[in-house]
Design a protein around this ligand. Structure first.
Ligand code: MD3
Ligand code: FE
Length: 211
């Protein structure tokens, strides 16, 4: 069911994928250049790096974080940490632009109380992908996740509650924002290999209440 509405000049539409799972098409389109510049600044302090899964695989997406908690993985497991293991420094603070965008998107999707304390920044080069997984390292699954797509387009895989469930393939372009909560919070999801295009990378910001 698509719901079309105009908002301060920029037309946007919300697309409901499943109960609690909403795509806000173009929600961050106007903010995209400022968001990309902010990613550039933040990753001078906390550089993008390819982390290793507990199973010993190097992830194909490069990652960094901002906010009071950052998602990390190494041979010891997946977790949230206050400090960047690469530099030993606290993760850089979450810019107001990020925090406000996440809060506004969650509000539009029906989660008025969302306050993110963690922002995972993913950078996908051409050919990078993310295999099907669940996000379950957070404490409170009643809080949604907000994700912002920037740069090269992607095909997002939206699965069910079991790994073996069928996946829907959802194209995402710069400025699209996804909000996942309620009964969709623990769905399996992934990103297909990024195809070459007019930019070098796809970036994704994933906002969570982790602590
Ligand atoms: C659906 N990142 O970092 S964000 C991740 O585009 C991650 O970089 C992807 O999955 C990316 O963990 C997708 C969208 C997303 C995030 C959490 C979800 C979709 C979700 C949780 C449940 C269902
Ligand atoms: Fe995920």
């Amino acid at each position: 069911m698509d719901d079309l509405f105009a908002h301060k000049g920029t037309p946007r539409w919300t697309q409901t994928l499943a109960p609690g799972a909403v795509v806000l098409r173009g929600f961050a389109a106007e903010s995209a250049p400022a968001l990309m510049q902010m990613i550039d600044q933040l990753t001078r302090v906390a550089p993008f790096r390819q982390m290793t899964t507990p199973g010993g695989f190097v992830m194909s997406a490069a990652m960094s974080n901002c906010g009071s908690l950052g998602w990390v993985t190494d041979v010891q497991g997946y977790r949230y940490a206050r400090h960047d293991p690469l530099t030993g420094l606290p993760w850089p603070a979450m810019p107001l632009l990020f925090a406000q965008l996440a809060q506004q998107a969650a509000y539009e999707a029906g989660f008025p109380d969302f306050v993110a304390d963690a922002c995972l920044m993913n950078r996908y080069a051409v050919g990078s992908r993310m295999s099907l997984h669940q996000d379950k390292n957070e404490r409170d699954f009643s809080q949604p996740i907000v994700s912002v797509s920037l740069g090269l387009p992607a095909i997002f895989q939206f699965g069910g509650m079991q790994r073996s469930d069928a996946v829907q393939r959802i194209p995402l372009t710069q400025g699209d924002v996804l909000v996942w909560g309620g009964p969709s919070r623990l769905r399996f999801h992934g990103v297909q290999a990024i195809k070459a295009g007019t930019e070098d990378y796809r970036f994704n910001l994933t906002f969570r209440k982790a602590g």
